[in-house]
Design a protein around this ligand. Structure first.
Ligand code: GLA
Length: 380
């Protein structure tokens, strides 16, 4: 008994005195609780609730890897849930616009669902006429993922994994995918994606959380102040496929290189905004290298909540929930009207498999796909 107490005290001292533990401590402390969330085709799925020492909580289900809640304090310290979604699994099983989900194999659109690799043609199912969107009819957002809860040594989070079969939703290659979610004591939600393949393929993974820093269901997002670390975007045609051009944002409603409210110019006469019904465009990051860098920062004045997005990706899809129309009843019975949420989906550019000038989304056997994104919350 005394020996074990002595041992614990010694261990505590060793940990406390070791400065390299400081960075580990950022991720180590999140507490994880697990609850049943229901059944998908007879298989039980769970809700994992990560809580850090500031009381911030992130809830994730292994159905679709969906982030169902992000509860963060406002400037008065009251917790609010800042992502759109549903109270129970049923909402996520019914048709919904990818709330909080992992998107794969290919985030955003591929023109007419067709592409070639090494002169071999592939045809994906058309689920967003006339294109393929977000991995098809049964994308990664609808998978029941395997879960490993991290031990304290590995960090406070969960690792989701799945095998996507060769030919699944039309994509070549058997893909081994893992997505790791972790919550740090700096109020960061980390998302780490990895994949390998046994045949040449294409891949573009992202997360489709819809944010409203006032709280889900509490009005539209037009007063949020946004800066994107970008001077260029990729214009689209009327089916939202990139034309292949890369245009400067200067003197256009797409200029968020200095902070602007989302609503300031969203309804201006601009053909690109008409195609999207608002913002639904890929922004080319100023630093498009694969280093982890700031992507965007959003501030909501009434709550004081702020969110910074960091990523290793070269682009970000800024989408203002233009297709939300009030028919979906979300958490607490609140309906989600047009522009009640915004997405900042870190990504390679849409339709890259057909666009030679865009950074490549090809993955070959022997390579590892890596992508990392951080959503960091604070108050002002
Ligand atoms: C993405 C697309 C949008 C829309 C949403 C889901 O962000 O770019 O056009 O399809 O997903 O509704």
């Amino acid at each position: 008994m005394y020996r074990s107490m002595l041992f614990s005290a010694l261990l505590f001292l060793i940990i406390a005195c070791n400065p390299s533990n400081e960075s580990k401590d950022r991720v180590m402390q999140a507490r994880i609780t697990k609850e049943s969330f229901g059944n998908v085709k007879g298989e039980e799925v769970f809700l994992y609730i990560l809580e850090n020492r500031n009381g911030m909580k992130v809830s994730i289900t292994n159905y679709g890897g969906i982030v169902t809640k992000i509860q963060v304090p406002d400037r008065d310290g009251s917790l609010g849930d800042v992502v759109l979604g549903f109270d129970s699994l049923k909402g996520y099983l019914d048709d919904h616009p990818y709330f909080g989900a992992i998107i794969g194999r290919y985030g955003n659109r591929i023109d007419k669902g067709a592409f070639e690799i090494n002169e071999e043609s592939f045809q994906l199912p058309i689920n967003n006429d006339p294109n393929s969107l977000h991995g098809g009819f049964q994308g990664f957002d609808k998978k029941v993922w395997q879960v490993k809860e991290h031990t304290i040594e590995e960090g406070g989070g969960i690792e989701l994994s799945s095998i996507s079969k060769d030919g699944e939703e039309g994509y070549p290659g058997k893909l081994n995918v893992t997505v790791e979610y972790a919550l740090t004591n700096d109020n960061e939600l980390l998302i780490d994606y990895r994949a390998t393949t046994d045949k040449p393929t294409v891949i573009n993974l992202t997360n489709h959380s819809y944010f409203n820093l006032k709280g889900a269901g509490n009005g539209n997002v037009l007063e949020h102040v946004l800066r994107i670390e970008s001077d260029q975007f990729t214009p689209v045609d009327e089916t939202l496929i990139p034309t292949g051009a890369v245009e400067n944002v200067k003197n256009t409603p797409f200029d968020f290189s200095t902070p602007k409210t989302i609503g300031e110019r969203i309804d201006s006469e601009n053909i690109q905004l008409q195609h999207g019904g608002g913002y639904d465009h890929n922004f080319v990051l100023r630093d498009s290298s694969s280093k982890l860098k700031s992507v965007a920062i959003v501030y909501e004045p009434s709550s004081g909540r702020q969110m910074e997005v960091l990523s290793t990706e070269p682009g970000v899809q800024f989408y203002t929930g233009n297709f939300l129309d009030g028919t979906l009843i979300g958490k607490g019975g609140k309906s989600y009207n047009k522009r009640y949420g915004f997405c900042l989906e870190t990504q390679h550019f849409p339709d890259s498999p057909n666009q030679e000038k865009f950074p490549s989304t090809r993955l070959d056997p022997g390579e590892e796909y890596r992508s990392k994104t951080i959503y960091k919350f604070s108050i002002r």
